[in-house]
Design a protein around this ligand. Structure first.
Ligand SMILES: NC(=O)c1ccc[n+]([C@@H]2O[C@H](COP(=O)([O-])OP(=O)(O)OC[C@H]3O[C@@H](n4cnc5c(N)ncnc54)[C@H](O)[C@@H]3O)[C@@H](O)[C@H]2O)c1
Length: 254
């Protein structure tokens, strides 16, 4: 059996039906946590009978404040991982108001509302851990054609530091993870979209994404999940107010 670093812990992970969120939910359950894997896409929930111990799926639209309050109250998490997000394509001059507003609502405001819902109980118990999934595309690095997305992910770093500063005396930690390119369903769609937009093959589009990482490959959701387990576990208990890049050298290696 895997080491039970999160035994006795309760977690809510948003955007958990696929990709990075699913990998984190699975890894948390494997580490012994009781995990509410929350996602708007209930049609994609696996049958409960196929789930490992400790993992359950719950429908949640993170942009719906009433649902956020209800799900968080029911789960009473010690660990909150804000993963749900959307990637809009486009530079500042191509970014529509609708894309901007959706990026802020889904990528930033939802994490803020999740924190507002989860923090009172964490503070009362004097024990809590918030992890926000930001991105290398943020205040860390300017990435072409990612205006609304990068602004929203930079804001998540601000939210992370704010929560870390305000609740540190209550033993609540907050950190952000900034992944580089990670192989997930939505990224695979971005590869197809790039190929179509540029009139290139999918292999060429894939190669362009791979080239962003000096390590010469894209990351795997499980690699991000392992970092989340570390940050949520006793091993990570001295870390707060930080962003952790996991990006194949994209932001740190020339
Ligand atoms: N994949 C990458 O290369 C990459 C890199 C850096 C950061 N990230 C970030 O990691 C997070 C996850 O990325 P991914 O590639 O796994 O994404 P994904 O699109 O594959 O999965 C996102 C999940 O969020 C869910 N979701 C969407 N709207 C929701 C809502 N309103 N309420 C609840 N759930 C909702 C979707 O149903 C989906 O299951 C995102 O915040 C993304 O910005 C991804």
């Amino acid at each position: 059996m895997a080491q039970q670093e999160l035994a006795g812990r309760t977690a809510v992970v948003t955007g958990a039906v696929q990709g990075i969120g699913r990998a984190i939910a699975d890894a948390f359950a494997a580490a012994g946590a009781q995990v509410a894997a929350a996602d708007v896409n209930a049609a994609a929930f696996p049958p409960a009978s196929e789930l490992p111990e400790g993992l359950r799926f719950v429908q949640l639209d993170v942009t719906d404040d009433a649902q956020v309050a209800e799900v968080v109250k029911a789960a009473a998490p010690d660990i909150l991982v804000n993963v749900a997000g959307v990637v809009h394509h486009g530079a500042a001059l191509e970014c529509s108001d609708a894309d901007w507003e959706q990026a802020m609502r889904l990528n930033v405001r939802s994490a803020f509302k999740m924190c507002q819902a989860a923090l009172p109980a964490m503070v009362e118990r004097r024990d809590g851990c918030v992890i926000n999934i930001s991105s290398v595309a943020s205040s860390l690095l300017g990435v072409p054609a990612r205006c609304a997305y990068s602004v929203s992910k930079a804001a998540l770093l601000g939210l992370t530091r704010s929560v870390a500063a305000d609740y540190i005396k209550a033993n609540v930690r907050a950190n952000a993870i900034c992944p580089g390119t990670v192989r997930t369903p939505s990224w695979e769609q971005r590869v197809r979209d790039l190929a179509a937009a540029e009139g290139i093959s999918e292999e060429e589009a894939l190669a362009r994404f791979v080239a962003r990482q000096p390590l010469g490959r894209v990351g795997l959701p499980g690699e991000v999940a392992a970092l989340a387990v570390y940050l949520a576990s006793p091993a990570g208990s001295f870390a707060t107010g930080q962003e952790f890049s996991i990006d194949g050298g994209w932001s740190g290696v020339k």
